[in-house]
Design a binder for this molecule. Sequence first.
Ligand SMILES: CCCCC/C=C\C/C=C\C=C\CC(=O)SCCNC(=O)CCNC(=O)[C@H](O)C(C)(C)COP(=O)(O)OP(=O)(O)OC[C@H]1O[C@@H](n2cnc3c(N)ncnc32)[C@H](O)[C@@H]1OP(=O)(O)O
Length: 308
Amino acid sequence: MIATLLIQHEKLEQLPSGGTLSPYGVHQKHGQITSQALQLLSSQRRQFSNTYISVKLDETSGVAVMKLKRPPVNSLNMELLTEFAINLEKLEIDRGCRGVILTSAVPRIFSAGLDITEMCGKNADHYGEFWRAVQEMWLKLYGSSMVTIAAINGSSPAGGCLMALSCDYRIIANNKKYTIGLNETQLGIVAPFWFKDIITEVIGHRAAERSLQLGMLYSPTDALKIGLVDEVVAEDKVQSTASAVMAQWLTLPDHARQITKSMMRKPSLDRLVTHREADITNFVSYITRDSIQKSLQMYMEMLKKKGR
Ligand SMILES: CCCCC/C=C\C/C=C\C=C\CC(=O)SCCNC(=O)CCNC(=O)[C@H](O)C(C)(C)COP(=O)(O)OP(=O)(O)OC[C@H]1O[C@@H](n2cnc3c(N)ncnc32)[C@H](O)[C@@H]1OP(=O)(O)O
C-alpha cells in the first residue's frame, strides 16, 4: 500500500515548467520515503502547480480539477500547452485518477484560444514547434481515457472552444457576456481539419458548416441550442454541477466506458496521427504567408485598441 502510494506520489512530483514529456523515475527520492508516506496517508488531496496550470487531485473521488492560470486571458502559448500535456499525462498514468474537470482560474475567461503572438513575426521552426505542441495538447485531451468535463467559466473562443469540445461533457456559466465558438474565419484564417472534424462530430454537419464559415461565437443559451455545450448553469453552480456530472459518469465501470470512448474517437485521432507531419508542414506554409501574417497583425491591433 505504502509502496503504491509512493510510486503514485513520485509520478505526481512537480516537473519544472516548460519541460518535455519524459519518464520520471520512481526511485529518485529514497531519503524522503517515510515522510512522504506519512504525508500521503494523512491527506486525501494532492496538489501540484506549474507556471500556468494547477492541479488538485481528490484521491477519495479520483477526480482532478485542472485549472488554466495564465492571465489576462489564458491564451495558449507553447509553455502552457506543454505543461498541459505533461500534467494530463501524469494524471493519465495515475491509477488514483479517473476523471478530470478542466476549468479556468482567470475570472470571466475560460481560454482565449491559441496565443496569437506565437503565430506572428516568428520563424518557420518556431511555428512548426508551436503547432506540434498544439497537436500534442489535443491528442492527449481528446484521446484521454479518463472522464473529461469542461467547466466553462468564461469566454472560450477558437482554441479555447477546441479544448472544451475535446472533453466528454461541457457545462457553461449562464452569462450573456461569455461567448464560445470556432471564430477562426473572423481572424482571416482557416480552422485546421481536425478542429473542423471535432465540431462536426459534436454539433453535426449543417450547424458546423454554418458555424465555421461565419466564425460564429455563441452565447451560452445559443450554444446549448445547437449542442455545442451540454448544460448552461448559474455562474456559481458551474463547479458543483461539473462534480455532480463527473460522479454520475464515474458510476460506470471504467473498462466498458473507456473502450466505448476509444471506439468513438479513434478515427479522428488516427487521422491526425497519420497526417501529423503533413499538418505541421501545412500550418507552417500557411501561417508564413504575408496575407495571413497581415490578417493576424491587424486582428491583434484590433484587440489592443478595444482593450484601451
Ligand atoms: C488551407 C490550410 C489551412 C491550414 C490552417 C492551419 C492552421 C490555422 C491556424 C490557427 C488556428 C488558430 C486557433 C486560435 O485559437 S486563434 C486565437 C483566436 N482567439 C480569439 O479570437 C480571441 C481573441 N480575444 C478575445 O476575443 C478577447 O480577448 C476575450 C473575449 C478572450 C477577452 O476579452 P477581454 O475584454 O476580457 O480582454 P482583452 O482586453 O480583449 O484582452 C486582454 C489582453 O489579452 C490579449 N489577447 C486576447 N486574446 C489573445 C490571444 N488569443 N492571443 C494573444 N493575446 C491575446 C489582448 O490583446 C489584450 O492584450 P493587451 O492589450 O492587454 O496587451
